[in-house]
Design a protein around this ligand. Structure first.
Ligand code: PRX
Length: 603
């Protein structure tokens, strides 16, 4: 489509309102953290809001600017992202569970000129003072010589002034005595005040097909997150088509994807894919376990959800409570169930299929990545015979292959590296600001192929089974974490000389974080030090990266050339004595000691 121009916001909103006459159709049923906090937004209303906010953004910046968005799951998050792309600005959404340090790193890497945030939000009973974190990030940016001039803050929990009722999501009904809303008049701008008087007419900025659409950071195996850059037309086409076919989208569907928009699943399958199809979606701010473990099914019945998309970790979490909380609700509106983010174990698949879907609903196990933009391997509902735990076959136009270590393509039943042999519209176009990292990460190991970094098995019927990452990444609750990033957060503590992090299987999270730390001479791993180390990682990265186990390692198993043998550490973490070949180990007594001192408690 090179040479053509378009605007993705126009395709998502204007075209649906004006050409397809869907103005009165509900775009989002917003369901807040607390049951009873709710709101309905039609396509026409969404278009109006986006145009107003686009005019606000135009007065603050221009096409090509990068805008960092650090917001909870509220309608205004969608408004902010679509307003960016309407004026040709590039959004970089940072999941609101990331720390101030992570936000600062991302703002600086993509050189954002504006940050959009909110006062705070609740996750279950826990208050998150988001503006406080955003301010901390901006302070860090300033200290590092990158002052951001503007920060727009939405009042979500605190009430705006009486005449400032421009917020879409009503303030939470509960009182928030612990909410802190620091205000820096030199930088901060009020979302509501800016909108007052803003026109709801805004001509979209026509952009080139290959212009950048957004940046989304994903963990990198070297520790530094990569700014995955997607471009306009290919991503639009790919998310729209995969959404339509993989969920068998029908005009009267109510679709619900439980992901957070801060991750790629939310970008592609809450905002872009569904809106491109004129779909009605549920946008959920809360947690599957709040106020109780039947919340998901209560929401399914409330909105008569027909297509439901979630992660294996959520299924495993709910499975622990048995079928009763599910069966409290009818769920007879459900037609298709989806999963994404990590391999789904056959037990969880069976529970999802039999208990949640009552064997009526096909399950689409969708394998894809931040980098791929949309689904790559997936069944098509009711058309592809399913095998529990397999993402089955490639989507149209996707050509997978399995390679061995020497890069030879394997035929028939085989296991090896999963790669893709030809490009597809949604493939990322670059790592923001570092094109050579893009080339070396994805195309260097096996020239001519896109490397997923996942292991994969193909069975005799041609079904693909993802076996997990084969780089130093861990998948905790469907979130990819870099071991190197966690290790560097740990060694920044004065008491830690060296750290090595490995995954240990976890019944709900998929993997848990098992950290080995070598301490400075004289230091001991006491309770308070462990707590400090956990805090350190939370502050550097975010709560999702909090170590589960920390073990004192007076020495780490290394090869004679000094490389840490993670394979051995993984065995120690799992208490598996069969170590295989350890002839390259420099000092095998270290291993014995580590086995003796293993962490036995479950976190
Ligand atoms: O290891 C694969 C796993 O998640 C990785 C991509 O993570 P991320 O970029 O954060 O995107 C997650 C949402 C698309 C993959 O390399 N993964 C994702 N979906 C599946 C999966 N593993 C097995 N089965 C899946 N359905």
């Amino acid at each position: 489509m090179e040479g053509a121009t378009t605007n993705i916001c126009y395709n998502l909103l204007d075209r649906n309102v004006h050409d397809r006459k869907l103005g009165d159709k509900v775009a989002f049923f917003w369901e807040g953290n607390d049951p009873g906090d709710e709101l309905t937004v039609t396509y026409r209303e969404l278009l109006q809001r986006v145009c107003q906010f686009s005019n606000v953004l135009k007065s603050q910046g221009q096409k090509g600017d990068r805008v960092s968005i650090y917001m909870p799951m509220v309608v205004e998050l969608v408004v902010a992202m679509l307003a960016c792309v309407r004026i040709g600005a590039v959004h970089s959404i940072v999941f609101a569970g990331f720390s101030a340090e992570s936000l600062c790193e991302r703002i600086m890497d993509s050189q954002c000129s504006l940050v959009i945030t909110a006062d705070g939000f609740y996750r279950g009973d826990k208050l998150i003072n988001l503006k406080l974190l955003a301010d901390e990030a901006l302070q860090k940016c300033r200290e590092k010589g990158f002052p951001v001039e503007k920060c727009i803050m939405l009042r979500h929990l605190s009430k705006a002034a009486e005449d400032d009722l421009s917020s879409q999501c009503p303030p939470a009904k509960r009182s928030c005595p612990d909410l802190q809303v620091p205000w820096n008049p030199d930088v901060d701008l009020c979302w509501h005040a800016l909108l007052r008087g803003a026109s709801d007419v805004c001509e979209p900025e026509w952009v080139e097909s290959e212009d950048p659409l957004f940046i989304l950071y994903t963990s990198g195996s070297t520790g530094k997150p990569k700014g995955v850059l997607h471009s306009v037309s290919g991503y639009m086409l790919y998310t729209a088509t995969t959404f339509k076919l993989v969920f068998d989208h029908q005009p009267d569907d109510v679709y619900w994807c439980t992901a957070d928009i801060g991750w790629i699943t939310g970008h592609s399958y809450i905002t872009y894919g569904p809106l491109a199809n004129g779909a009605t979606s549920v946008l959920f701010e809360g947690l599957p376990t709040f106020p109780d473990v039947s919340r998901m099914w209560q929401i399914v019945d409330k909105y008569r959800v027909s297509k439901f998309y979630t992660a294996p970790t959520a299924i495993r979490l709910l499975m622990k409570y048995g079928s009763e909380p599910v069966q409290r609700y009818k769920r007879n509106s459900l037609k298709v169930l989806g999963t994404v983010g990590e391999p789904i174990n056959p037990e969880a698949w069976q529970w999802y299929y039999t208990v949640v879907g009552e064997k009526r609903c096909p399950i689409v196990d969708t394998f894809w990545q931040t980098e791929t933009g949309g689904h790559m391997l997936t069944p098509l509902p009711a058309a592809t015979p399913m095998k529990p735990g397999s993402a089955t076959f490639p989507f149209f136009g996707v050509v997978p292959a399995i390679l061995n270590e020497s890069g030879e393509e394997l035929e028939g039943p085989s296991e090896g590296y999963l790669v893709f042999k030809q490009p597809w519209p949604g493939v990322m176009r670059s790592v923001y600001g570092n094109h050579s990292r893009f080339e070396s990460t994805y195309f260097k190991k096996f020239p001519g192929y896109y490397v997923t970094a996942d292991g994969c098995r193909r069975d005799k019927d041609g079904y693909y089974w993802i076996t997990g990452r084969i780089d130093d990444m861990l998948n905790v609750s469907g979130h990819l974490l870099s071991t190197a990033e966690i290790e560097s957060a740990l060694v920044e503590h004065a008491a830690v000389v060296e750290a090595a992090v490995v995954g240990r299987p976890h019944p709900v999270k998929g993997e848990s974080l098992y950290c080995f730390v070598t301490l400075t001479e004289g230091a001991t791993l006491s309770g308070p030090l462990e707590a400090e180390l956990r805090k350190q990682v939370r502050e550097k990265i975010g709560a999702i990266a909090t170590p589960d186990y920390i073990q004192n390692a007076p020495g780490l198993p290394k090869t004679r050339s000094g490389k840490i043998m993670r394979r051995v550490l993984r065995k120690i973490a799992c208490d598996e004595r069969d170590l295989g070949d350890i002839s390259t180990l420099a000092d095998s007594s270290v291993v014995e000691q580590l086995f003796r001192d293993r962490c036995l408690t479950t976190p």
